[in-house]
Ligand binder design. Structure first.
Ligand code: UT7
Length: 332
């Protein structure tokens, strides 16, 4: 039996506390104007004391399961993309598995920083295609506020906390949508995923701590301008690679759901690709860069406000520390 994965539901969660740019300007030498002009960010959500990545992930997962009308006990795999796990081990995914009330299946974390969600999408899709999982909850969840240096204005204004999740289910040939177009795959589900990493660029974006090196958690360090330059190139390349692999052009894509890091990166990528702004789902002004959570947060927004409809072609792309970058093309 040849399986493919269909996304049947999504959910998200943002912590209650909102921190505006103006509030940050009271702590570091920055301004609302600088942050908005250079990044497009207006505010971010910050987890409460004691509110952990697993808590954010759990709420997003519960909402996605409710949206998909799937019971937690039908889930046989939880994949959690995060850079900010509750602890070094066990995997935060196992906590979510337990709190969801799951009594079977497997759960593990995936670490690809801001590309975590698309890396997780590839992992989940391949488990389903291989017949090793039937129902997957894929989550991107982060409490980046815990690894920020709140005195470094070059990074602390950029990130926020949040979580998003999707439910993916195995399907075979029966579930199609729309009319057949010449040469185009109209089957619902994940059409392809594409992943890259380049460890020679580790020092552009990293955390200066870790269990094996300093035995501390460390803080985010970034050469922003270089990351920006790499992002625009790598993201345009990965979109081209994805479209080529599927025999499609940008005109075929209904929605681009990019990792939400910087409005100027989104604009430059869109310009390079000739993609109209209206087709790009942008949520970063509301929650800043939430790393692995940003794509599922944007997906959830666009599904719930009715933009993304069944049968739409949705292209996701991301780049993050590593550097890592990747994409996923989904017929919703
Ligand atoms: O999720 C994936 C990883 N992250 C990214 O994709 C982020 C990629 N990079 C970026 O988004 C941008 O590079 C930043 C938003 C981080 C910075 O924007 P930029 O236009 O590249 O600014 P810059 O780093 O070249 O800095 C320009 C100036 C500098 O001052 P001088 O040296 O020109 O006097 C910085 O010190 O802006 C200064 N600056 C700030 N000023 C006010 C840096 N951060 C701030 C700040 N407020 N928060």
């Amino acid at each position: 039996m040849q399986y493919r994965s269909i996304i049947t539901g999504c959910g998200s969660y943002l912590p209650e506390r909102v921190v505006t740019n103006a509030e940050l300007a009271e702590r570091v030498d920055t301004s609302d104007d600088w942050i908005q002009t250079r990044t497009g960010i207006k505010q971010r959500h910050i987890a409460a004391d004691g509110e952990l990545t697993s808590d954010l992930a759990l709420t997003a997962a519960e909402r996605a399961l409710a949206h998909a009308e799937v019971d937690a006990n039908e889930v046989d795999l939880v994949v959690l993309a995060t850079t900010t796990p509750d602890s070094t081990f066990p995997a935060t995914a196992t906590k979510v598995q337990f709190k969801l009330g799951m009594t079977n299946g497997a759960a593990f974390d995936v670490q690809a920083v801001c590309s975590g969600f698309v890396f997780g999408l590839a992992v989940a899709d391949n488990f389903i295609k291989a017949g090793q999982a039937k129902t997957v909850v894929l989550i991107g969840a982060e409490t980046f506020s815990r690894i920020l240096d709140w005195e470094d204005r070059g990074t602390c204004v950029l990130f926020g906390d949040g979580a998003g999740a999707v439910v993916m289910r195995a399907a075979n040939g029966a579930d199609q949508t729309g009319s057949a177009e010449a040469g185009h795959n109209r089957e619902r589900g994940v059409l392809s995923t594409h992943l890259h990493s380049d460890g020679s660029t580790n020092d552009l974006l990293y955390v200066d701590g870790g269990p094996s090196s300093t035995q501390t958690v460390g803080h985010v360090r970034m050469i922003g301008r270089e990351v920006f330059r790499n992002a625009v190139k790598n993201l345009a390349d990965i979109v081209d690679e994805t479209l080529d692999a599927n025999g499609l052009t940008m005109d075929d894509v209904d929605w681009l759901v990019p990792h939400q890091a910087n409005r100027r990166i989104l604009n430059s990528t869109a310009k390079k690709l000739g993609m109209p702004q209206e087709k790009i789902v942008v949520t970063l002004e509301r929650h800043a860069n939430t790393s692995a959570a940003s794509i599922p947060l944007a997906l959830d927004q666009a599904v719930r406000d009715g933009r993304i409809q069944k049968g739409d072609l949705v292209l996701m792309e991301a780049m993050g520390g590593g550097l890592t970058w990747g994409s996923g093309l989904v017929r919703w």
